[in-house]
Write a protein that binds this ligand. Structure first.
Ligand SMILES: Nc1ncnc2c1ncn2[C@@H]1O[C@H](COP(=O)(O)OP(=O)(O)OP(=O)(O)O)[C@@H](O)[C@H]1O
Ligand SMILES: [Mg+2]
Length: 328
């Protein structure tokens, strides 16, 4: 039997993990769960958001305004690991780039006049390369063991990552080309960067995930981590048991007819849902030869630190169940 995968080894497979998937499937939630799991095994983690609208700090129980400065989001009890978080926008990355190239005095003014809009129209892909260039710089600076990047929704994520390639072809030389080239080198080195795709166990997200996976591999040449299937209903057995007989067997008062009918309806709903979920998981397995990490559906209106703890624990358990050979 091949050795089981260890959480820390999993988190140390690459310096950067880009979490991508269709809109609303749980990219931000999975980003937070992975970051927290890595911190719990002692890693210094940096989470990068591309805007401040995703609600990531709330998952860590914080109401902080999230911006270009780093915030500590989580300190793991006992392990010494931490999660820091920050936002990187193209404008901020441009200011920093200009400042780093001897244009400190004009950088902010230039950017506030909307120069990036003009430049971005003239040079497609520049925004993405500025942001990814900053990610690359943070990766090279080794101030964290793991960077988790919460990527834009699926189609945009492919554009996001392919833009550096386009720019590299377009720019014959100079700093832009070397910046784009540095990003491409980051994306193509599996020890530095991997993409973790997220889906729900539902038809459309599964289709989109399979399609995106191949585009990432073919167009970008980026390594794919195991896929995360988020919000899976825990599989219940005995759903079709008769409530009256089950009550008798458990030695409790039997339900009245109305309650028994409601229980039967709920059980039927859940059984149908489980069946659909199993079909979609099988389709994903058939369509994409990557290991699957299943995360449970959390039955609450708003997710906070408690649910995040359960999700990161579930992620760790799923990772441990992968054999090291399969996960490579
Ligand atoms: N495992 C889960 N159980 C229950 N609810 C979940 C789970 N994962 C995510 N959610 C909820 O689903 C919604 C979408 O999740 P999230 O914001 O992480 O998705 P996203 O892919 O980042 O979305 P967007 O594309 O808008 O950035 C949120 O309300 C979140 O709380
Ligand atoms: Mg999000």
């Amino acid at each position: 039997m091949s050795p089981r995968m260890d959480r820390e080894a999993f988190c140390r497979q690459s310096n950067v993990v880009v979490v991508a998937g269709k809109g609303g499937v749980g990219k931000t939630t999975v980003t937070a769960a992975l970051a927290r799991m890595a911190a719990d095994v002692g890693l210094e983690v940096l989470v990068i958001e591309l805007d401040d609208a995703g609600g990531l700090p709330v998952l860590f129980g914080l109401e902080v305004a999230f911006d270009y400065d780093e915030e500590v989001l989580y300190e793991a009890p006992g392990s010494g690991g931490r999660v820091r978080g920050r936002v990187i926008t193209p404008d901020d990355a441009l200011v920093e780039y200009l400042e780093g190239h001897g244009l400190r005095r004009v950088a902010k003014r230039l950017v506030s006049t909307g120069v990036l809009e003009v430049v971005a129209t003239a040079i497609p892909g520049i925004r993405e390369v500025l942001v990814l260039g900053k990610v690359k710089q943070l990766e090279r600076s080794s101030t964290s063991d793991l960077i988790v990047l919460d990527a834009p929704a699926a189609g945009h994520a492919v554009t996001f990552l392919t833009s550096a390639l386009g720019l590299m072809d377009a720019a014959r030389g100079g700093p832009l080309r070397s910046q784009a080239q540095g990003v491409v080198e980051l994306l193509r080195d599996p020890a530095r960067c991997q993409v973790m795709l997220v889906s729900l166990p539902e038809e459309t997200p599964v289709n989109e995930l399979i399609e995106t996976a191949y585009r990432f591999e073919d167009l970008v040449g980026v390594a794919l981590a195991p896929v995360v299937v988020n919000a899976c209903y825990p599989v219940l057995t005995h759903l079709l048991a008769d409530p009256v007989a089950a009550a008798a067997a458990a030695n409790v008062d039997p339900p009245g007819p109305a309650e028994a009918a409601r229980l039967a309806a709920a059980a039927k709903f859940r059984a149908t849902r489980q069946e659909l979920q199993a079909i979609q998981l099988a389709r994903l397995r058939a369509g994409l030869p990557l290991p699957q990490l299943l995360l449970p559906y959390e039955f609450t209106a708003d997710l906070g630190p408690e649910q995040l703890g359960m999700l990161s624990e579930a992620l760790g358990t799923a990772i441990e169940a992968l054999s090291a050979g399969d996960a490579a």
